[in-house]
Design a protein around this ligand. Structure first.
Ligand code: NAP
Length: 296
């Protein structure tokens, strides 16, 4: 980190192209030093040289295949040890558009390993260090398929639902410890992501695809506005607010000792009288998990 850098260093995964490369550009211009992670070293070096020249920031590259244990461990170690790191952008990800049963299981494994396992491990590497220092930002690139799993491949959607759920949980447990957390849910974005699925974004209907530059710029505005979840392409933000409010309200209604009346069979009296665990819900909301409630 250069001596004058108050922002610290952002480590960005999947920074060799697409959305990650735009994050690199924008964060360097915002004053962050960078550590760029991906497999394609030549692309990383080219981007690093350009950004160093244009912004004067320190830009390092870390060649790693996040689906290889040894490489992943290398990145985890950097997150553990480099005290200058103040931001993790969990961006590396792959997708699929095939129906569930037409999807090769090897592809399913690869999707889960990169989109879920590596993201989780890197989060676990960064978060404790950020907590110790009382500051740090984690940006998780999810997707609108997190809440619309019928749109593309179901496993891809499920991996992004995981990212969204993890983000909510990180916020719940770590926001009070000085961490900034954000999930970004892009819709179709003009990158090579689509070509890798065998379907170019150029074949998507007119007016449905956003440039990666616009998507990242909007996501950073969302970050500046303190959003936990940013949907760059959703025109009416109140739709998300209502959706999230409904989820949170329903979360207060889950804990009862008897099944809901609609599931009681005729003539059968529930073994315990209905009573609610509203105190459990309240304590969960306040950040203290009630030890008497095992919801696993
Ligand atoms: P992209 O252009 O294909 O870029 C993906 C990046 O991830 C590349 O830098 C790639 O670099 C890296 N990567 C892939 N596999 C990797 C591995 N095993 N280890 C390390 N790095 C790896 O796709 P993108 O659109 O920018 O996607 C970025 C994120 O946005 C993904 O999480 C994706 O799910 C999400 N997203 C994209 C869209 C969209 O429409 N494009 C929409 C919603 C969400 P190397 O090949 O050099 O490793």
């Amino acid at each position: 980190m250069s001596a004058t850098n108050a922002k610290g260093t952002a480590l960005i995964t999947g920074a060799s192209m697409g959305i990650g490369a735009i994050y690199a550009d924008r964060l360097a211009r915002r004053g962050y030093d960078l550590i760029l992670v991906a497999r394609n070293e030549a692309r990383l070096n080219e981007l690093a040289a350009r950004l160093k020249g244009e912004t004067g920031r320190s830009v390092k590259t870390l060649q790693a295949d996040l689906n290889e244990k040894a490489d992943l461990a290398k990145v985890e170690q950097v997150l553990h040890e480099d005290q200058a790191i103040t931001m993790l952008v969990n961006n590396a990800g792959i997708g699929a558009v095939t129906p569930l049963l037409a999807t090769d299981l090897a592809k399913v494994d690869e999707l889960i390993a990169l989109n879920v396992t590596s993201l989780t491990r890197l989060t676990y590497a960064a978060a404790p260090a950020f907590v110790t220092r009382g500051r740090g930002t984690i940006i998780n690139i999810a997707s609108i398929v997190a809440i619309s799993p019928e749109t593309l491949n179901g496993v891809y959607g499920a991996t992004k639902a995981y990212v969204l759920a993890l983000t909510h949980s990180l916020q719940h447990e770590l926001a009070g410890k000085g961490l900034r957390i954000q999930a970004v849910l892009p819709a179709a974005t003009a990158t090579d992501f689509w070509d890798k699925t065998g379907h170019s974004y150029q074949n998507l209907p007119d007016g449905t695809v956003m440039s990666a530059e616009d998507m990242v710029d909007a996501a950073l505005v969302g970050l500046d506005q303190g959003e936990l979840v940013t949907l760059p392409s959703l025109p009416d933000g109140d739709e998300w607010t209502r959706f999230e409010a409904a989820r949170r309200t329903m979360s207060e209604h889950f804990f009862h000792s008897a099944p809901a009346r609609r599931y009681t069979t005729a003539g059968r009296v529930p073994s315990t009288s209905p009573s609610s665990f509203s105190s459990a819900a309240a304590s969960t909301r306040s950040g203290v998990v009630n030890p008497s409630v095992n919801v696993s």
